[in-house]
Design a protein around this ligand. Structure first.
Ligand code: SF4
Length: 327
């Protein structure tokens, strides 16, 4: 069976936010002062695994674990192991800010995690602190190298490019990644956080490309470029590795979207920018049969819109901010 929406898009990729808590306060994501959800509001590992088991027969075979900061949830290797063992799940990934990764990388890898993305928007300590409102750059870098030692290949680095804020980090990050065999992914700044988004602060994909080609090395499209993946993948012509650009604003990829999201408090979202949600926590906690959970998933996918409306006058920013949705 396939989870096909009314635009013919098949959904096989489930993003699961395991917590809204975070140990950083990135200005484009969350406010300084934030009230996190009570622990009992969060789905347990068993409830998350139950949901994934119910979703597999509908075509879900790929899971990405996100937050807030997922490693703030205790014993994440156990959840990775639970999900990796589910028949039909062929791929488990995780997105982390890296602060707690150095101590957990090996255990996550041993538990079955195979894909890891580490968010790092700045290598300059002052800019890192200004953006995250916390210290921790050294810990993130330790986490990156621990992930490499654990066997993750590739180790991907996600960086949000904001004009006048992190645009000057594009070249240092690209060079750092080339030097250490990492894969950079530059992400256009989106209106999904707690801050006031301005189109003028988006450092667009073509500008990122121009900067890389001018100051690092020429780029060509990657031979194995996947049109369904959010990132446009390129390789440096000098053999210096790969770089991806996620152009959500300037080149939306909604028409090849294959993703649905489960929030840490058990809400289904059929789009990052969705304005409504379907509760499945009640179903999971009431012992409802899997058929009812599957019906809720299908209802969510069938009501999915064409795509985000960032580039239209109709755009409405979701109530829920990024840290409570997960990337
Ligand atoms: S904005 Fe929504 S529809 Fe578009 S790619 Fe992202 S999740 Fe999919």
């Amino acid at each position: 069976m396939a989870l096909i929406d009314t635009f013919g898009r098949a959904h096989n990729n489930l993003r699961i936010s395991v917590t809204d808590r975070c140990n950083l306060r990135c200005t484009y994501c969350m406010p300084e002062e934030v009230t996190f959800m009570d622990r009992h509001e969060l789905l347990s590992f068993e409830e998350i695994a139950h949901f994934v088991r119910a979703a597999v027969p509908l075509g879900i075979d790929k899971v990405r674990l996100t937050g807030g900061e997922p490693l703030m949830r205790r014993d994440m290797p156990r959840l990775v192991n639970l999900i990796s063992k589910i028949d039909g799940i062929r791929d488990v990934g995780l997105t982390t800010n890296g602060i707690l990764l150095a101590d957990q990388a090996q255990a996550l890898y041993d538990a079955g995690l195979r894909r890891i993305n580490i968010s790092l928007d700045a290598l300059d300590p002052a800019r890192f602190r200004e953006l995250t409102r916390r210290d921790g750059l050294e810990k993130v870098i330790d986490g990156i190298f621990a992930a490499k030692r654990a066997g993750f290949q590739p180790v991907k680095i996600n960086a949000v490019s904001i004009r006048g804020v992190t645009e000057h980090e594009v070249v240092p990050l690209a060079k750092f990644a080339r030097e250490h065999g990492l894969e950079m992914r530059f992400i256009e700044y989106m209106p999904i956080g707690a801050d006031h988004w301005e189109r003028g602060k988006v450092y667009f994909a073509h500008e990122i490309m121009d900067t890389l080609e001018r100051e690092v090395a020429p780029l060509v499209p990657a031979a194995d470029y996947d049109p369904r993946a959010p990132a446009m993948d390129f390789v440096y012509t000098d053999g210096g590795g790969r770089v991806g650009i996620i152009a959500s604003v300037s080149r939306p990829f909604c028409m090849s979207c294959n993703r649905i999201r489960l929030t840490s408090d058990g809400k289904l979202r059929n789009c990052l920018f969705a304005l409504d949600e379907i509760d499945v926590k009640g179903l999971l906690r009431s012992g409802a049969p899997d058929g009812q959970i599957q019906e809720a998933i299908q209802r969510s996918v069938h009501s999915k819109w064409e795509g985000h409306e960032i580039n239209t006058a109709r755009f409405v920013k979701p109530q829920r901010t990024m840290h409570a949705i997960g990337g």
